[in-house]
Write a protein that binds this ligand. Structure first.
Ligand code: NAP
Ligand code: GDD
Length: 341
């Protein structure tokens, strides 16, 4: 049985990745931060008591700011695959907390890579790089596009991206970087724009909210469906050699387009509800991100199957259903079902 270690298992992607790897027969070990309240909602449906003979999910306290803990854990677990999905991942927040973002999203990666070098040099490593690293570079962006990050988050991710490549070249580690474009789902954090929109649509449809305050409606993003992106992460570690891959759908929408699709799905006219609030404007904005994923299509046979209209519908339907009572979300689409079958 293969063993995987996931830093960031409690996040959107970590939860889908854990679900995928368990379905594929892995034993999964996740790093979680100690908090005064439970922060494992996204993986609760996968968790069994560790005394249960059948359990294949194990959680360990730790933090990317604590390098010695990472070394100890990897020495104990001896994973075959290590996924670094942990980060302060919010771009707007990175302007408020630039130093902390640098420490976790940037230096956190070197702590994990050093732990691997010392405790698990044979393990395969996946780094969650980001299209934010392209920032102001002209679209469409691919593996050869020059980076031009526009936020403390983007700069920290670029450090992690380059240090991953450096450890690949310097120490021969199987260290791969997935440069993923925006991907969303019913498990998306509530302050990212798509989920903020779909939750508001649900609440407005139910008469629980009157207005939705947003910032820049003109930014364009390449929004895909998160479960399909974790399949790409796993595929990258099954390749013969470590490399960098861009992952996205190749289509872009404006924030306004996503607003319109989401409100229309609930038969609402968005212009009656959406208001502007300058607090959501960023000191420097990324105008347009569009992926050219032809390398991943060729080398990994990866291609998205869920388009933006279906994505908005999945998220709005889930947020409406949640207001009506708890509904666990099940990944859909051909990419996910082919991977787990
Ligand atoms: P997310 O939902 O914000 O999850 C982030 C995860 O990192 C959470 O499990 C969080 O734990 C953990 N974390 C944060 N700081 C940590 C620290 N100091 N030590 C250990 N764990 C820490 O992010 P996501 O959307 O799943 O994205 C996964 C990764 O891909 C992130 O690195 C993100 O930057 C990157 N990425 C995301 C996208 C996207 O569109 N989603 C695109 C490109 C790249 P808590 O639950 O305790 O907060
Ligand atoms: N969050 C947020 N809230 N964004 C808003 C709002 C708002 O009220 N109003 C407009 N926006 C605009 C932002 O200015 C940005 O241009 C766009 O919506 C998307 O914002 P986010 O959903 O916060 O995502 P992001 O593109 O900044 O970052 C996400 O994608 C990156 C990959 O490109 C995050 O998931 C990052 O972790 C990820 O690396």
């Amino acid at each position: 049985m293969k063993k995987a270690f996931i830093a960031g298992i409690t996040g959107q992607d970590g939860s889908y990745l854990a679900e995928l790897l368990i379905a594929l027969g892995y034993e999964v070990h996740g790093l979680i931060r100690r908090a005064s309240t439970f922060n494992t909602q996204r993986i609760d449906h996968l968790y069994l008591d560790p005394h249960d003979q059948g359990t294949r999910l194990f959680l360990h306290y730790g933090d990317l700011t604590d390098g010695s803990r990472l070394t100890t854990l990897l020495a104990q677990i001896k994973p075959d695959e290590i996924y670094n999905l942990a980060a302060q991942s919010h771009v707007r927040v990175s302007f408020d907390e630039p130093e902390y973002t640098g420490d976790t999203t940037g230096l956190g990666t070197i702590r994990l890579l050093e732990a691997i070098r010392q405790s698990s040099p044979g393990a395969k490593f996946y780094q969650a790089s980001s299209s934010e690293m392209f920032g102001a570079a002209n679209p469409p962006q691919n593996e050869s596009t020059e980076f031009y990050p526009r936020s403390p988050y983007g700069v920290a991710k670029l450090y992690s991206h380059w240090i991953t490549k450096n450890y690949r070249e310097a120490y021969g580690l199987f260290a791969t970087s997935g440069i993923l474009f925006n991907h969303e789902s019913p498990r998306r954090g509530e302050t990212f724009v798509t989920r903020k929109i779909t939750r508001a649509v649900a609440r407005i449809a139910k008469g629980q909210q009157k207005e939705l305050f947003l910032g820049n409606l003109d930014a364009r993003r390449d929004w895909g469906y998160a479960p399909e992106y974790v399949v790409a992460m796993w595929q990258m570690l099954q390749a013969d050699a470590p490399d960098d891959y861009v992952i996205g759908t190749g289509t872009d929408l404006s924030v306004k387009d996503f607003v319109r699709l989401s409100f229309e799905h609930a038969n609402l006219d968005w212009e009656k509800y959406v208001r502007f609030d300058e607090r959501y404007i960023r000191p420097t904005e990324v105008d347009t991100l569009v992926a050219d994923s032809s390398k991943a299509a060729k080398d990994l046979n990866w291609k998205s199957s869920v388009g933006p209209e279906q994505l908005a519908a999945i998220m709005v339907d889930h947020d409406i259903a949640t207001l009506e009572g708890f509904v666990p979300d099940k990944p859909v689409g051909s990419v996910w079902s082919e991977a787990v079958s």
